[in-house]
Design a protein around this ligand. Sequence first.
Ligand SMILES: [Zn+2]
Length: 262
Amino acid sequence: MFDALKRWGRRRVLARSALPDALWDGAVASLPFVADLAPADRARLRDLVVLFLDRKSIVGAGGHDVTPSQRVVIAVQACVIVLELGLDWYDDFESVVVYPDEFVPGWTWEDEAGVVHAADGPLAGEAMPGGPVVLSWPDVEASADFEAAGMNLVIHEFAHKLDMRDGDANGCPPLASALEVRAWKTALTAAYDDFVARVDRDEVTAIDPYAAESPGEFFAVLSEVFFASPATLAGDYPDVYRQFATFYRQDPAARAGAPRRG
Ligand SMILES: [Zn+2]
C-alpha cells in the first residue's frame, strides 16, 4: 500500500513538474561525466532531478539569488551519486543553501576543557549531520569541470551526507552486512595509509591531497574521483574502486571508456 502510494506520488510529481529541455541540456553539457551516461540512465537521472527539486528547497543566502540553471546543475550532481541508491538516502534534510562566495560557518564546538571554538572558515562547502548542505556558488561552478579544477564540490558534500547516514562522517557509509563493512574497511584503510604516506613525502598526486585530512575526507574526495575521473581511481586504488562500484552500484570507468551514444 505504502509503495503504491509512493509510486503514485512520484508519477504525479513527474507529470506536474517537467524540467525544461534547455535547463537540462545546459546542465548535462557542463558536466562531462554526466554526458557519459547511457541514454536510458540519463533519462532516469532526469526524473530523479525533478523529484529532488520537488522535495528539496535550494535557497540563496548572503544575498545570493539562485537561478533556475544553478538549481539544476546542483541537483544533477547530487542525484548522479544516488542514481542507483535512491533519493531516500537524502531524507534527513530539506535544504541546500547557496552562498555568493566562500562563507564562514556559524557553528561552534566545545572542547574537553569546555572552551567554545568557532570554525576557522571560510569554507567552499559544508554538509551537516541531519541538516542542510551548504555550497559556495563560484566553487560549484568552477568544479563542474573536474579535469580543470581537480575537484567536485557538490559530489564531495553530498558524499558526506551519505557517510553521515549512520552517524559521523567517518569514511564508512551504511553497508548491507558486517562482511561488507569488513571488506570496505580493509580496502579503504590500506589505501588511506598509502595515500597519507604519499602526501607526507610531498609526492604529486592526481587525487587532491586534501583526501589525507581524515578517513571521512578520503571517502568524500575519492567519491568525486570515482564519478568524475574514474580511471584515476581505478588506476591508483583498484580495491577502493571495486568497493565504491558495489556501494554506489555504478561502474563509471566502464561508461567513460564506452563510445558516447545519443
Ligand atoms: Zn569534506
